[in-house]
Design a protein around this ligand. Structure first.
Ligand code: KIV
Length: 274
């Protein structure tokens, strides 16, 4: 299998569903890639599910590049997307292009994702003009959730839904290669998907999107502080890991671990010389 490109993702629209998951480190990125997932997002959700922070706005370029480098070291095939943190473009729009480029040059990502905000269109345009592929993100945008009334489904009335459709069309017009639709009613996501020539990737946006994304730690049961309605847990790893750690503790306390097969030996004659 060859490395997936932005062109490949565009070509998948109306051919087959597109798969995307997050990853933040080498071991998980290796598994996601080995499973043949099309796109891996180094999401700023790392703040919540890995770093124990209460907001995605609390990670910056330092953290994002650190995690993105670990992911790209592992990935052979998937398209890797660097998620631009709040400070890199929302609080400092003038630095957006420079920061987007750092994801490609330093972390070896293939493209970047940014969330909708007041100056989204001008910032997106500048990054795309700098030849950096951009994935848009509309609907519930966690970096500005406070301005959206909290972590709520977006586009629930006709006016709000029309605004989302407009945002999606504008991002497509600027040259975004795909758009994440987060927490949008399924019928509205379906309309946006039909209206656009670029793929839509849904998270809490129903079955009609061109593709789906989930936070890996959510779908693997590795994060249980809260679980949004749209998450399906494909496995619940936390209790399994807890059980393994408890068994290890018990075996150490009872001198059952390490067994001979986990130990190193020295020849008897060498031992006798000591
Ligand atoms: O940071 C993230 O994980 C995301 C996904 C929810 C799309 O932006």
């Amino acid at each position: 299998m060859e490395k997936i490109t932005v062109k490949d993702i565009l070509a998948l629209k109306n051919k087959r569903k597109i798969t995307m998951l997050t990853a933040y480190d080498y071991p998980l990125a290796s598994l996601v890639d080995a499973a043949g997932i099309d796109m891996i997002l180094v999401g700023d959700s790392v703040a919540n599910v890995v770093l124990g922070l209460d907001s995605t706005t609390k990670v910056g370029m330092y953290e994002m590049l650190h995690h993105a480098k670990a992911v790209t070291r592992a990935v052979k095939n998937a398209l890797v997307i660097g998620d631009m943190p709040y400070e890199s473009y929302q609080s400092r729009p003038d630095e957006a292009v420079k920061n987007a480029r750092r994801f490609l040059d330093e972390a070896k990502c293939d493209c970047v994702k940014l969330e909708w905000f007041d100056k989204c269109l001008e910032v997106t345009e500048k990054i795309i003009k700098a030849a950096i592929p951009v994935m848009g993100h509309i609907g519930l945008t966690p970096q500005t959730a406070d301005k959206l009334g909290g972590f709520k489904v977006q586009g629930k009335d006709a006016e709000a839904a029309k605004r989302l459709i407009e945002q999606a069309k504008k991002l497509e017009g600027l040259g975004c290669f795909a758009i994440v639709l987060e927490c949008v009613p399924d019928k509205i996501a379906g309309i946006i998907t039909k209206e656009l020539k670029i793929p839509t990737i849904g998270i809490g946006a129903g079955i009609d999107c061109d593709g789906q994304v989930l936070v890996s730690n959510d779908m693997l049961g590795l994060f249980d502080r809260y679980t949004p309605k749209f998450v399906k847990k494909y496995i619940n790893l936390s209790p399994m890991i807890l059980e393994a750690i408890k068994t290890y503790k018990q075996e150490v306390l009872e001198s059952k671990f390490p067994a001979p097969e986990h130990s190193f030996t020295i020849k008897k004659e060498e031992l006798e010389k000591i």
